[in-house]
Each structure stands twice: as C-alpha cells, then as structure tokens.
Design a protein around this ligand. Structure first.
Ligand SMILES: Nc1ncnc2c1ncn2[C@@H]1O[C@H](COP(=O)(O)OP(=O)(O)OP(=O)(O)O)[C@@H](O)[C@H]1O
Ligand SMILES: [Mg+2]
Length: 510
C-alpha cells in the first residue's frame, strides 16, 4: 500500500450541491453532490449516458444547472461560459478534443488568453518558446509550429492538457482522457497526472477502464441514470463492487471467442506504402476471421485502414478484394466494393452530429431505403433504425434526436450501427470500443463474434490488449509504420505483442 504523496487538502476547492439538469424536459442529472479537492484525483464513473460529461460541463461552465449550487473556495459562483470557469481556475478537457484544425499548436494553446495583461501585442516568438518548453515537460514530441490538422486524437488531447497548464489551472477535469491512448501513452499521462497532483492541483478523471480507475484514483464517485449512487475512497473499492454500482448487476460472462470456419481471403494488401507513415504492408483477412491490428497509437495502423477505405490513398502497393486487384480512390468506391469502416475519430469522420440519429444511421445505405425517385421510405428507415438502435442498446429519446445530444458512448454506438447497416462483407473497425462502457463493450464483442460467424472478414485495430487477445484469430503488430510481427491465435501473448509494438530498430519481419 502506498502512502498518499500529498497531505489531504484543507477543504474542497469546488463544492457542487444538489445539481440537477434537464434537457428538453428530460432530467439527466438528479440532485448530485460532488466535491473536488486539491492534491486529489477524483474519478467519476458510470455507464454511457449516466450524466458524467453533463456534470463536469456544468462545473466547467459549458451548461448552467437547472437546479443546485456551485462554490469555488467557499465562494458561490455562477459560470456564464467556459471562460468564466477558466478564470476561476477550472479547466475542462473534453471527451472530443476541441482544437482548431486550421491553427498550429501554439495558436491553439494561447487562443483566448493571449491578450489581457495589458500588453498591446502578442510576442509570438516568446509564446513559441514557452510552448516548446511546456511540451518538453509533458514529454511529447510535437512542437509549437506543428499544424493541428491531421493530428491524432491523442495529440490533440495533449494540446488541451498543455493549454490548461499554460493557464495554471487549479482544477483540471479530464473527460475520458485515455480513451484514445495506447498503453504506453496512458503510462505517460498517468505520470503527468500524478505530478499535477503533487503540485496540489485538483484532478477529476472520467473513464471506463476500471483497472485505470483503480490505479490512478484517490476517490471514486459513481453515477447511474443521473443519480449519485455512491462515493468511496479508492482503498475501499473493488472492481466487482464498482461494476455492480454502475450497472446494478454483475458481469460474470467473459468475452468468449467463438470458433468459426475460416474461408477464402477477402482482403489482401501487397506492398502498401506511404513513406513516413507505413511501409510495405502485406496483410490478409479471410472470411469469418477476426484479424487484430495491435500497436501503439501512431504506429500507422489507422493510416493503413484509411488507404484500404480510400480516405487517404497509399502512394504505392496494391489492394485485392476476393483476389481481384482494386483501385479504391474514395470511401464511396470502398463501400461499393463491400468495405465498411468504423473510424476512430467519430466526430470528424463518422458522424454529422447536428443531424438526427436516424439520418446518421442510414446515411451509408440511402439507396436501400429510398424509392427510385429518391424519396426516403420512412417506414423502412424507421424499422432499420429501431432494430439496430435496440440491438446496440442506444440510449436515446427517439431516433429524431440529434446525435450531438447523445453521450459519447452512445454516439459511438450510432457509428457502429451505421456501418452494420451497410451489410458489407469486409469490416474495418478502428478502436471500436473507444469510450464504451463495460456493458456495451460486451454487446459490441458479441456483435463482432456474430459478424464473423456470418462470414464477414474483420480487421480490428485496437490499443486494448485484452480485446486483441480475446477476440482475434490472428494478429498483426505494427510499430513505426512496419508490421513487426504476425501471430496466430495459439501464439498470442501480451508480452510478445508489446515487445513487437515497441521495437525501436527493426527490419520488416513479415
Ligand atoms: N445537449 C443535450 N441535449 C439533450 N440531451 C443531452 C444533451 N447532452 C447530454 N444529453 C443527454 O444527457 C444524458 C447524459 O449524457 P452525458 O453525456 O452526461 O453522459 P456520460 O455519462 O458522459 O456518457 P458517456 O460515457 O457515453 O460519455 C444522455 O442521455 C444524453 O443523451
Ligand atoms: Mg461522456
């Protein structure tokens, strides 16, 4: 048992009392109490749609509560907007990074707080210097001049964390910060969070991976359906008890991999290359097979997927579908050839969040639900959407609700539904369970198994080792743009995968 590194703070910095929130007549938070203390990491957990993001958005000034009070250092506060919360020392790092794509790292960091201090102009060279210094202390590779467009979610999240630090925030709230990170990056992030705690900052950490929660938290609060179920110190918590508090039942069943007959090769790449991103990628995915793609974030896995799906073409090499060489120049062509992809970055490439759930789900299959003249057959649409919504247990009021209003995990389920509806025979899943709660994860695993059983070829990119180990028939490991290992199911082993994923110098092994 480790001793806490910081003496408990005098009293909470932030006290939230009786917080309720109603959206269009639906109550999503119900008289919740929540305290945030200096030098403490307070984890907030609960199923998708439980109200975690809503609660921290209220504390961060994004929403105003329908009822309840907030005090910061014993002063009652009322935040009109996130700026007001930032000025009070509260920084909220969102579930979906809110970086500006057209700006570079430094511009993103200092946007909104460069003026003030009475200085008439911005000293950019000083800011670039400060940014690089800050990035160094965070141990990240990016530089102040780097453009944000094209960065991974992990990198964009780092920018937001750096931004909070540059404003010297006392309270740092992180909404699912590890969802897009690989194991190595989680370790770096946790080191950083611990340093912040030692500096006496107050941290709120929202997450779905219980191992992570148990490792990092000092205190844990559980929400269910907008209600506070309980709060306890880390040392009183067990994984089973937390799951029970979250979903009011226990999860006994493990992921069971079903054995399915493996058929012909449906997808194959030969010598796929994009210098600087990936090189000489030769992979095969067969009918009924679940092929895992393991590796650290930034290894080039998503880029390979983009080449197959036609969002960013490879510079050389070939793609074969059912043994036929194909040229896929865009996602539409990929879809016509039977390839579907659940992308990692749902906000940018998976969903139109301002549109209704039903539109988002049927977007890729409009031809199936439209008449020859292009009118949508409402009944058919309704039937498909209802079926898949129920299948994936999407928590929504109705299918006309906009996707923006759904919780993060439920948005992910809509993306999955969209691609399932296409009934494609080749499915690329890029981090399919990112941000999904324990219960929903099991549903998605069952679904992936079932799709394999139906004879689909599945390429599953995942940074979660347990997921890769339990579901895959075969695994490719990528590191630094190269495939560094190919392992069959009987050779699967976490250590071997991690070793291949972090090889520094390598010759392409396969
Ligand atoms: N702007 C909004 N308008 C309408 N309903 C909303 C809005 N924001 C959130 N909700 C609803 O409030 C409920 C709680 O959502 P919230 O995003 O807080 O959940 P969460 O616990 O963060 O879930 P997740 O783990 O999936 O991110 C959900 O049912 C969601 O649909
Ligand atoms: Mg959320």
């Amino acid at each position: 048992m480790t001793k806490p590194s910081v003496a408990p703070a005098a009293g909470p910095v932030v006290i939230a009392r009786g917080i309720s929130k109603t959206f269009s007549g639906v109550r999503v938070l119900n008289e919740v109490d929540f305290d945030i203390c200096s030098g403490e990491i307070h984890a907030l957990i609960g199923e998708n749609g439980a109200g975690k993001s809503t609660l921290v958005k209220i504390i961060g000034g994004v929403y105003s509560p329908t009822a309840g009070t907030l005090t910061v250092e014993n002063e009652p506060v009322f935040f009109r907007n996130p700026h007001a919360a930032r000025a009070a020392g509260i920084a909220l790092i969102h579930q979906e990074p809110l970086t500006f794509q057209d700006l570079n790292v430094t511009e993103n960091l200092y946007l909104g707080h460069t003026r003030g201090g009475g200085k008439p102009f911005i000293n950019w060279s000083e800011l670039y210097g400060k940014t690089d210094e800050l990035l160094d202390t965070l141990g990240v590779k990016m530089r102040g001049h780097d453009p944000v467009r094209g960065m991974t979610i992990a990198d964009q999240q780092m920018i937001e964390i750096a931004s909070a630090l540059s404003q010297n925030a006392r309270v740092i709230i992180m909404d699912e910060p590890t969802a897009a990170l690989s194991q190595g990056e989680v370790i770096t992030l946790f080191d950083m969070i611990r340093r912040l705690k030692e500096q006496g900052r107050a941290i709120v950490f929202i997450g779905h991976r219980l191992e992570e929660i148990l490792e990092i938290a000092d205190r844990i609060t559980v929400l269910r359906d907008g209600n506070l179920v309980g709060e306890c110190p880390r040392n009183d918590a067990t994984s089973d008890a937390l799951v029970h508090m979250m979903i009011n039942r226990s999860i006994k069943e493990l992921i069971v991999k079903e054995t399915v007959p493996i058929g012909d090769v449906l997808l194959e790449t030969k010598g796929l290359s994009y210098p600087g991103q990936y090189e000489n990628i030769n992979i095969k995915v067969k009918q009924g097979e679940i092929v895992g793609m393991a590796g650290l974030v930034g290894a080039g896995r998503s880029e390979v997927a983009s080449a197959i799906f036609g969002t960013q073409l490879a510079l050389s090499g070939d793609i074969f579908i059912r043994g036929q060489k194909v040229r896929i120049k865009n996602p539409l062509q990929a879809m016509r050839k039977g390839v579907a992809m659940v992308s990692e970055d749902r906000a940018r490439t998976g969903l139109v969040t301002a549109f209704a759930i039903k539109f988002n789900m049927t977007f890729a299959v409009l031809d199936r639900i439209a008449t020859r003249l292009g009118f949508i057959k409402n009944k058919k649409e309704q039937e498909l959407v209802a079926r898949y919504g129920k299948y994936l247990n999407v928590k929504m009021r109705n299918t006309d609700q906009t996707v923006r209003e759904l919780s993060g995990g439920n948005q992910q389920k809509v993306v999955i539904a969209k691609w399932l509806l296409t009934e494609s025979e080749i499915l690329i899943l890029d981090e399919p369970t990112r941000g999904i709660d324990v219960g929903a994860k099991m549903e998605v695993y069952r679904l992936i198994n079932e799709l394999a059983k139906q004879g689909k070829a599945i390429l599953m990119i995942s940074s979660e080792l347990p997921e890769i180990l339990q579901l895959s028939d075969r695994v490719y490991v990528m590191c630094d743009g190269h495939v560094t290992a190919e392992l069959n199911r009987d050779e699967l082993d976490g250590n071997r995968i991690m070793a291949a994923a972090s090889m520094v110098r390598h010759r392409s092994a396969v």
